[in-house]
Design a protein around this ligand. Structure first.
Ligand SMILES: *[C@@H]1O[C@H](CO)[C@@H](O)[C@H](O)[C@H]1NC(C)=O
Ligand SMILES: *[C@@H]1O[C@H](CO)[C@@H](O)[C@H](O)[C@H]1NC(C)=O
Ligand SMILES: *[C@@H]1O[C@H](CO)[C@@H](O)[C@H](O)[C@H]1NC(C)=O
Length: 541
């Protein structure tokens, strides 16, 4: 991470200036490093068979398509996948309440009734659809995209990472717990939408509507989003770091129309009134006057959570970075994050505005009378689409451009609320991760809240949940090996050894988040997944 040094400088200057005395008084607390939790004995699992059931799911090309009826171009692939699920996880289908929901009946809501009906249910979310394989790139795959091949330690194929992995691991964990005779105290629900990749309205949206119509209030929602970074997050930790999304950004499309009288291209106007001149001024204004940056939750939570793993002197700064800061220091820090680090970091401290489509002109020799610009905007928690509209209008005004700025109807939503990183659900999930990804003799996995810049199906359920949403799938990704870039890409694949680890983690999540904390008939104390985590570290060298 080349930007590590700059990051340190920013944190040093910003936080030191803000809170020197405060840091000194609270030095002791910030230095506390949590001790390692006890190991959780993962239930026994026939790994090859479990992996086989997961790999089979990848062979069904369940591509969602926003223009097709029910959002699916090939309904047969979905019906085949649903039949395979029923065959692979028979206890779940026989003993739990499985409902076909959503348009075409292609989504599934599975209800595992708890022994205490007074406890609001916990909802685990995954999805059955995948993004398409870009036509013409099929031959670039080392192993075909619908093969589910097991090779070189990876399971290959479209949907392996996103996110048949979590669907299969959740069902495998439920199947195993049912076989062991375990039953929850709190009702557990599993929701599998069929159109997450195109917005989720007909799948998760319909499931949420059904729950709402039944008056269901959820305790907490666990969806996809974060992963375990196996090679850590330097300079804070070289050991595994688990990212748990506690918020996600909002989404809105804006349209700007710029007009001009037009005319013959042999005599362009010299007063700056042409469409081209106006566009030039508008884009320059937007580059010079970006929307304000701010450092807010959950990014401040993230910095605080990284503290225990950082070098001693930095630990103090990070741990106190989240304390109340002056407006000026906040803006300075946010500006530094935005300007000095990567695009990824910038997206965490600002509402992003990206020009994605531009249409203008009809002929080589005709000055255009109009240009139409489309901006895709991602909003921080707490930001409103109206503020971004006002920002664009003022940039146009500053540039002397008579632009018409409107929000595009249809696809769009506000940012999520921020789920507490101090609350009981985050703490339970942290314990799940630290117990099941434990490595003997090593400090516990760092579990860090973060802000998703993308969107998940969880937003359909968020309003039903009193304990918020946690976004995390227990798989390990090796950042240095470029595995984060495999999402939606050619050669999408996931490390096979992480599958058993994920089944173990979901098993433990059921126990700690829905109770009782241990099975009635204790499973074999297996080798655990500590070995898996260690091996992944070595394998990635
Ligand atoms: C420091 O830690 C103690 C015990 O863990 C806690 O009671 C106290 O509130 C903490 N102080 C601050 C400023 O966080
Ligand atoms: C999506 O569905 C529409 C309508 O059925 C079809 O024309 C289009 O080719 C499909 N797109 C993809 C990527 O399959
Ligand atoms: C955020 O929380 C408030 C209060 O609980 C709720 O009214 C609102 O709908 C939530 N917003 C989102 C985007 O979930």
């Amino acid at each position: 991470m080349g930007s590590a040094f700059r990051l340190l400088t920013i944190l040093l200057v910003g936080c030191l200036a803000a809170k020197l005395g405060y840091l000194y008084r609270h030095a002791k607390n910030a230095s506390e490093i949590p001790s390692s939790p006890p190991a959780f004995g993962c239930p026994k699992l026939d790994e090859a068979a479990a992996l086989g059931r997961f790999r089979r799911l990848i062979t069904f090309p369940t591509v969602s398509n926003v223009s097709a009826p029910d959002h699916v171009a090939n309904p047969q692939a979905f019906h085949d996948l649903l039949a395979a699920l029923e065959e692979s996880y028979p206890r779940v289908w026989q003993q739990l309440n499985v409902e076909a929901v959503g348009s075409g009946g292609l989504s599934r809501l599975i209800t595992w009734a708890g022994s205490d009906p007074a406890l609001p249910p916990i909802l685990f979310v995954s999805h059955l659809d995948v993004v398409p394989v870009t036509p013409g790139t099929e031959d670039e795959w080392t192993h075909p995209p619908w093969s589910g091949a097991l090779a070189g330690g990876f399971v290959w194929g479209r949907g392996s990472l996103d996110t048949k992995f979590s669907a299969a691991a959740l069902l495998e964990a439920a199947e195993g717990a049912l076989a062991a005779g375990w039953a929850p105290e709190r009702t557990i629900m599993l929701a599998f939408g069929h159109d997450e990749e195109v917005g989720g309205a007909l799948g998760a949206g319909a499931i949420a509507q059904l729950l709402r119509s039944r008056g269901v209030e959820l305790e907490v929602v666990v969806d996809e989003g974060g992963v375990v970074l196996m090679d850590g997050l330097r300079p804070f930790s070289s050991g595994p770091v688990a990212l748990v999304g506690t918020a996600e950004k909002g989404y809105v499309n804006l349209e700007v129309v710029v007009r001009s009288p037009g005319g013959h291209s042999a005599m362009p106007p010299i007063d700056g009134s042409s469409v081209a001149s106006q566009l030039g001024r508008l884009l320059t204004a937007l580059a010079l006057l970006p929307a304000p940056s701010r450092l807010a939750a959950p990014v401040t939570d993230m910095l605080g959570a990284l503290a225990p793993a950082a070098p001693a002197w930095m630990r103090l700064l990070l741990a106190n970075c989240e304390q109340e800061r002056s407006w000026l220091v906040n803006r300075l820090l946010a500006f530094a994050f935005r300007r000095l680090l990567s695009g990824e970091t910038a997206a965490m401290v600002g509402d992003s505005l990206a020009l994605t489509m531009l249409q203008s002109g009809v002929a080589y020799n005709v000055l255009p009378q109009e240009a139409r610009l489309n901006f895709n905007v991602r909003l921080l928690p707490g930001s409103s689409p109206e503020a971004m509209l006002a920002h664009l209008r003022s940039a146009a005004g500053w540039a002397g451009v008579d632009a018409e700025v409107t929000a595009v109807k249809g696809m769009g939503w506000s940012a999520s609320n921020v789920t507490s990183a101090q609350g009981p659900h985050f703490r339970a999930l942290r314990r799940v991760i630290q117990e099941t990804w434990r490595q003997e003799g090593k400090p516990p996995v760092l579990v860090v809240p973060f802000l998703l810049t993308g969107a998940t199906d969880s937003r359909h359920y968020a309003a039903l949940s009193r304990g918020g949403v946690l976004r995390f799938v227990p798989f390990g990704v090796n950042k240095a090996a470029g595995e984060l870039g495999l999402l939606h890409a050619t050669n999408e694949r996931v490390r096979a050894q992480h599958f058993a680890a994920a089944v173990c983690a979901y098993t433990r999540a059921f126990q700690l988040m829905a109770g009782p904390p241990a099975p009635v008939a204790a499973g074999d104390a297996g080798v655990g997944v500590a070995g898996a985590a260690g091996a992944a570290g070595e394998g990635s060298a």
